[in-house]
Design a protein around this ligand. Structure first.
Ligand code: FAD
Length: 433
């Protein structure tokens, strides 16, 4: 017989890991279990690029804003691994992404007893148990079913693949969330390797931090290849790092945003956008600009950034990917050819627009059990519980997917993750007496 957990967490990335820690540290004795599709603990492993750093202040980790004395802090990870002093001496403003990924893996390792790895959740349904209570039944890629009185979906956001790339199914065109495994696959196919097997041309689409990191990584990895970055806006932009704008990542701002009307939320989003999206940190922009300048000085430019460019057409043929590109200000058409194309095109937020998703993929089968506001947004409470239509619908929380209701601090980042975990943990306790 399937055991019915109090809480089932789907995904065990930083968001649900922070929740597991909060539940342990805040002394909740709920029966909690997590299902994670990856084979083991990891963080953004497909983008573990040499030299890349993290974007959050390292103290905004899995726990410290909630409990600065927690043993699961980044500082304690460094301490327990004998690297604290050495780390503090590294001449970098932010830690290496590799170091932070090891921190997440180290913290997750303490909770292995609560997690089934290598298990992808494929469906969620509402059922009735033997006592007549409504519960969730979750089906998985391994053919098993799990039951729970409450669900916490912490699956991270779905990649956004815009037109015309959404119609292409080829290993030569892929989103950044598959970057390193996709390069491995291309090497096996003989499309991208080292030396003689180097690709001739590669295209990156997008103007984000990841787009710039990818451009630099591709230029280092394949020094013979032409690397072109196509950006829809005028050119690459620097992030808004004003400390005043950064207050958008304070918990008070989350409450403030939550209470604003949809129209005001849209205005706030426009202002806050450049703190996180379609922009990159100054260090990588400077590195890229210097690289291009030096290549031009040597009369051997290999890396190009082309702004105001929109890809209108794509064809994947035997010899590579052919792109039909419009220069948005002149209306001129260009032809680009690449051995492969990397999409740094962002992620889907919740909402009714074409680039958003109405509900997270796993909620599609049960969406009719929940409320939407008059603008078509899924109604989520301040405690991240999705608002049910009926009183007997079991509790369902979203952990890390609520930027459209809670603002930029919920843009899937580390910034407020530990405090959000506390809110969800307390609400679960109330909902599951
Ligand atoms: C390249 C890159 C770098 C980033 N760097 C930073 C940074 O430096 N600082 C920062 O604050 N933010 C950064 N981010 C944002 C990132 O979203 C957060 O750091 C963090 O990963 C969010 O945690 P999460 O748990 O919400 O989502 P995720 O990290 O995406 O974790 C979700 C987990 O759910 C699992 N999952 C998904 N679907 C299923 C399913 N159906 N069944 C079972 N398991 C499933 C996934 O395998 C994954 O492990 C970065 C994002 C990217 C893409």
């Amino acid at each position: 017989m399937t055991r019915c957990h109090d809480v089932l967490g789907i995904g065990f990335g930083p968001a649900n890991l922070a929740l597991a820690i909060a539940l342990e540290e805040e002394g909740h004795d709920l029966d909690v279990h997590f299902l994670e599709s990856r084979p083991g603990p990891s963080w953004q492993s497909a983008m573990m690029l040499d030299g890349s750093d993290i974007q959050n202040h390292p103290v905004r980790d899995l726990v410290s804003l909630r409990n600065p004395r927690s043993r699961y802090s980044f500082i304690n990870y460094l301490f327990e691994n004998g690297r604290l002093l050495e780390h503090l001496n590294v001449p970098m403003e932010f830690p290496l992404r590799k170091d932070y990924a090891r921190y997440v893996t180290w913290a997750a390792g303490h909770f292995s007893r609560l997690v089934d790895y290598g298990v992808q959740v494929t469906g969620v349904a509402v059922d009735v148990d033997a006592e007549g209570r409504r519960i969730y039944t979750v089906t998985t890629s391994t053919g098993d079913t799990h039951q729970a009185r409450a669900l916490v979906i912490g699956t991270g956001r779905a990649p956004f693949i815009p037109e015309p790339f959404d119609e292409v199914d080829s290993p030569r065109v892929f989103h950044l969330t598959r970057y390193l495994p996709a390069l491995q696959q291309l090497e096996e196919l003989g499309v991208a390797g080292e030396g003689e097997k180097s690709p001739r041309a590669v295209t990156v689409i997008g103007g984000s931090q990841s787009a710039v990191e990818l451009t630099l990584d591709l230029a280092r990895r394949f020094p013979r290849a032409k690397v072109t970055t196509l950006v829809r806006s005028l050119t690459l932009r620097q992030k808004d790092t004003s400390p005043f704008s950064e207050e958008g990542y304070f918990p008070d701002f989350t409450d403030y945003y939550y209470r604003a009307s949809r129209e005001r939320k849209d205005d706030i989003d426009t202002f806050m956008r450049l703190t996180n999206y379609s922009s990159a940190d100054g260090d990588v922009l400077r590195e890229l600009y210097r690289l291009i300048y030096e290549q031009r000085l040597d009369g051997d430019q290999k890396v190009f950034v082309s702004g105001s460019r929109q890809v209108r057409e794509i064809k994947v043929l035997e010899d590579g990917v052919h792109l039909g590109v419009e220069e948005l200000n002149t209306g001129e058409s260009e032809e680009h050819q690449a051995d492969f194309v990397v999409l740094a095109t962002g992620f889907r937020d919740l909402g009714p627009a074409a680039h958003q998703e109405r509900v997270p993929a796993l909620m599609r089968g049960i969406a009719d059990d929940f409320s939407f506001d008059s603008h078509g947004y899924l109604a989520v409470g301040p405690d991240y519980e999705v608002q049910p239509l009926g009183a007997d619908t079991p509790a369902l929380f979203l952990n890390g997917l609520c930027e459209s209701s809670h603002g930029i601090g919920d843009a899937g980042s580390f910034s407020l993750l530990s405090l959000r975990a506390k809110v969800i943990a307390e609400s679960l306790r109330k909902r599951l007496p």
